[in-house]
Design a protein around this ligand. Structure first.
Ligand SMILES: C[S@@+](CC[C@H](N)C(=O)[O-])C[C@H]1O[C@@H](n2cnc3c(N)ncnc32)[C@H](O)[C@@H]1O
Length: 225
C-alpha cells in the first residue's frame, strides 16, 4: 500500500536543551542494544573501526564497545548539547580510549579522510531535509567491502497509524517525548523512498527491510574496489 501521508521534516540538529534532556532521560536501551548487536552482526567481524553518524548520547557506541572489545568507534554529532551528554556517558563507561567524539555535520565530513569497517547510524535519517549528501558520505566513509547498518523509523501510511504507534510505544513517556516521537514518524522515509535514494547514491546493493512495526534497517556492504 502506498504512503498517503506527506513527509513533514523536523528540525535537523537536536540542540534545544529541553529536547536533549528529554531524549537523554528516555529509556531507549532495548532498541539501542539491538542496534549495536545488528551492527556487529552486519559487519561479521570481531574487531574494527566503526563510525556512528548522529550518535546522540552515544549509547549505541558504548553498547557496541562493551559487546565487542576489539572495536573502536568514531561517534559524530552536530549538537554540542548531545555531545556533552555523550562525553559524560563515555567517561562513566570508561571508554574514552575507544570512543572518539566528533562535532561535525554527518552530511559533510570532507575533512575526515579515515575509512571505516562499519558505518552505522540510528534515528538520524529522518532528521535530514535532504538525505542524499548523507548517503554519499556513507559510501565515501566505508572501506571497500565495509559494512553499513542504518536504522530508522519508517513513515506510517496514515496519521491515525502514527497516533496509534505513539499510543502503543510511548504510553508512559512525557508529553514532549510523545510529541517528538509523533513528529519523527511523520518525518521518516518510506522503504520505497529509501530504495530510490540508494539507487541515486549508487548504493543499490544495500537492502532495505522493515524490522518492526516502526523501524527499518538499511544493511549490506559497500562495493569492493
Ligand atoms: C534522534 S537522535 C538519535 C541519537 C542516537 N543515534 C540514538 O539512537 O540514540 C538524532 C541525532 O542526530 C543528530 N543530528 C541531526 N542532524 C545531524 C547532522 N546533520 N549531522 C550530525 N548529527 C546530526 C542530532 O543532533 C541528534 O543527536
Amino acid at each position: 500500500m502506498k504512503s498517503v501521508v506527506e513527509r513533514i521534516p523536523e528540525p535537523e540538529v537536536m540542540d534545544d536543551a529541553r529536547e536533549v534532556k528529554a531524549y537523554c532521560d528516555a529509556d531507549f536501551r532495548e532498541v539501542n542494544r539491538l542496534c549495536a548487536r545488528r551492527s556487529l552482526r552486519a559487519s561479521g567481524r570481531d574487531r574494527g573501526h566503526a563510525i556512528d553518524l548522529g550518535c546522540g548520547p552515544a549509547e549505541i557506541p558504548i553498547f557496541l564497545c562493551q559487546m565487542a572489545p576489539g572495536w573502536r568507534v568514531t561517534a559524530v554529532d552536530a549538537s554540542p548539547e548531545m555531545l556533552a551528554a555523550a562525553a559524560r556517558s563515555v567517561a562513566a563507561a570508561r571508554l574514552e580510549r575507544r570512543i572518539r567524539l566528533l562535532k561535525a555535520d554527518a552530511k559533510a565530513l570532507g575533512s575526515l579522510r579515515t575509512k571505516f569497517d562499519l558505518v552505522l547510524s540510528n534515528s538520524l535519517l529522518h532528521h535530514l531535509h535532504d538525505p542524499m549528501p548523507f548517503w554519499r558520505e556513507v559510501k565515501r566513509l566505508a572501506k571497500p567491502g565495509g559494512s553499513v547498518m542504518v536504522q530508522d523509523l519508517f513513515r506510517p501510511n496514515t496519521r491515525a497509524a502514527a497516533r496509534r504507534l505513539v499510543a502503543l510505544h510511548a504510553q508512559g513517556d512525557s508529553p514532549l517525548l510523545r510529541q517528538l516521537f509523533h513528529q519523527s514518524l511523520l518525518a521518516a522515509f518510506t522503504p520505497e523512498e529509501l530504495r530510490t535514494q540508494l539507487r541515486e547514491a549508487g548504493l543499490e546493493n544495500l537492502q532495505v527491510r522493515k524490522v518492526s512495526d516502526r523501524h527499518l534497517v538499511v544493511r549490506g556492504r559497500v562495493g569492493e574496489a
